[in-house]
Ligand binder design. Structure first.
Ligand SMILES: [Zn+2]
Length: 223
């Protein structure tokens, strides 16, 4: 890694996507931060035009800066959709300077917008990981979670209403319950209450068939 003079207001550090450039001192809005430099490529030369890497900075139709050289510290600056710096291009001078467009505090990552072409070619396919895009994704995830919870609550409410309706219906029509009890009683009587499993079922159903059951047992005991 190239040595950086401590006079510089930045350092290379770990960022979300790998390495990035971070402010070590306050940088005033409008201040020049670092130059983006490297060999000039002439698109009219076949050899130059064949070069392909992620650090090509197109100045105009003819000239491109190949920023992939190690000495070009500016190549560590990551893209952001809502950046705190910009690339100030002087095509005539074939010079690019990264300039602050906001006041930048120590510790802040420095970033600039790489432009639509780069975004489409390199960032869109993998998903932009800048703060603004991460925030958007987080918001979308939270919204999806809230929607899921809303649907679940609605389904639960519906189920509860249905259960309440059924209870109300059963109360309105007590004959149905009585019939059910009779049927159960018959069943118990028919088998003389000998089977333990059946008894448990009767107890679980909450129907008071026990007195009859007991009587049956007393009878069979006395017999
Ligand atoms: Zn983004």
């Amino acid at each position: 890694m190239p040595a950086i003079s401590t006079k510089k207001p930045y350092r290379i550090g770990r960022s979300r996507t790998g390495l990035g450039l971070f402010a070590t001192k306050p940088i005033k809005k409008g201040a020049k931060i670092v130059r983006y430099f490297g060999p000039l490529l002439d698109s009219r030369k076949k050899k130059d035009d064949a070069i392909e890497n992620k650090y090509l900075f197109e100045l105009n139709g003819r000239w491109t800066i190949d920023g992939s050289v190690r000495e070009n510290i500016a190549r560590y600056i990551n893209h952001a959709c809502k950046p705190n710096a910009e690339s100030d291009v002087s095509a005539r001078k074939r010079k690019v300077v990264i300039r602050a467009i906001k006041n930048i505090e120590p510790g802040d990552e420095i970033n600039y917008d790489y432009g639509t072409d780069y975004f489409k070619a390199y960032l869109k396919p993998i998903g932009c990981k800048c703060d603004a895009c991460e925030k958007k994704r987080k918001k979308k995830r939270a919204e999806a979670r809230a929607e899921k919870a809303r649907l679940k609550a609605r389904a639960e409410k519906k189920a509860l209403k249905k259960a309440e309706k059924q209870t109300a219906k059963a109360k309105e029509n007590p004959k149905q319950k009585l019939n059910g009890a009779k049927a159960n009683g018959k069943l118990l009587n028919g088998h003389g209450g000998k089977s333990a499993t059946r008894k448990t079922t009767a107890a679980k159903s909450g129907i008071s068939a026990r007195p009859k059951d007991m009587t049956g047992r007393e009878n069979s005991a006395s017999a």
